[in-house]
Design a protein around this ligand. Sequence first.
Ligand code: SF4
Length: 401
Amino acid sequence: MTDLAAPPRHPGGHPGGHPHGAHPHSAPSRRNLDFDSAPFIAIWETTQACDLACQHCRAMAQPLRNPGELTTDEAKAMMRRLREFGPIVFVFSGGDCFKRPDIVELVEYGAKLGMRMGITPATTSLATKELLQHLKDVGLTRLAISLDGSNADIHDEFRRVNGSFDHGLRILREAQEVGLSTQVNTVIRKANIDDMDAMTELMTTLGVVFWEVFFLVPMGRAKADDVASAEEFESVFHQLYDLSKTSPFDIKATAAPQYSRVVMQRKRAEVRAGADEDVHEVMTRGMHYSQSDGIGRARNVNDGDGFIFISHTGDVYPSGFLPVKAGNIRDDDIIEIYRNAPVFKQLRDRTLLKGKCGLCGYRDACGGSRARAYAMTGDYLAEEPFCAHEVTRRVPSRGSR
Ligand code: SF4
């Protein structure tokens, strides 16, 4: 979901001001993060149980918990070991993490370990204000909910449960009332491309610090036909970049590192037109919003490269969208997996990329979605199949991490 970035290059504040008043000039720089040694972010699936039945669910979620899920003690041991990487971001995901009765205990445990934590519950009645207050009290930092459309018709059709959209808005409001920092996650797919204008308008009213825009990867219940075209991706990237100039929140594209390429291209064009921009910087204005709660976001995280995913039964993957298992925390050491498992090492070596991604001047800053390459071709080093960029010459790039 996130990462700590360099100090804001937009220190004068934003039109509309900061939603929580804070302006974290002092947030530490993560420009020189060494993703060979440690991820920026670890996401734990907690459970696959969920009362929603989303059309494109990565986790193929189901109503009941799997008896093989990590136990409370196993989860705590995993968190202790992950903490040895350093102060990485840890996210309780799912399924619906609120299906686990030990969720508050685990958040409290993470807080005592000094973890920076986010949580992504399903938009259902399980997310009560009382529970949100409890999580805030024991040390949760940020709560993210999914909104996949600007209205209930679009969102609920995707999530396949009436009332999910209204719960999403309620949870956001109540989370803010108890003092949690908030985020919205949105899945971009062919079916909601035409809703983007209305969605961006809605977003500016919600008081969140971060909008994480996921570009569909055809795995789990999602099919290749559900994915928007490369040209539609490109159009949304430009829309997001335009929005980033004035939005009262930070914006990140997930499973679409091509957005970094568009940011660099747009900045180059602006410099040619006389603007003062760093053309090697893939961060956009607004990054200080995601830094305001201490979570922030890091540049150029990709599957297995700054990112690690642990399933509900302890299997370890480069991301939740790239189902190439590298080990299991019940048998293997998670630090050893991240640093030395062949799939992780290959994913961090961008000289191994094939096709146009291998030749592209934006390879270091982008590298294409390794998950989508795998989903479409079976080869996680293949070129990103949904990139509209025409590679004509190798452009030197720097500042890639
Ligand atoms: S060709 Fe590959 S590396 Fe280049 S911008 Fe497209 S996805 Fe990124």
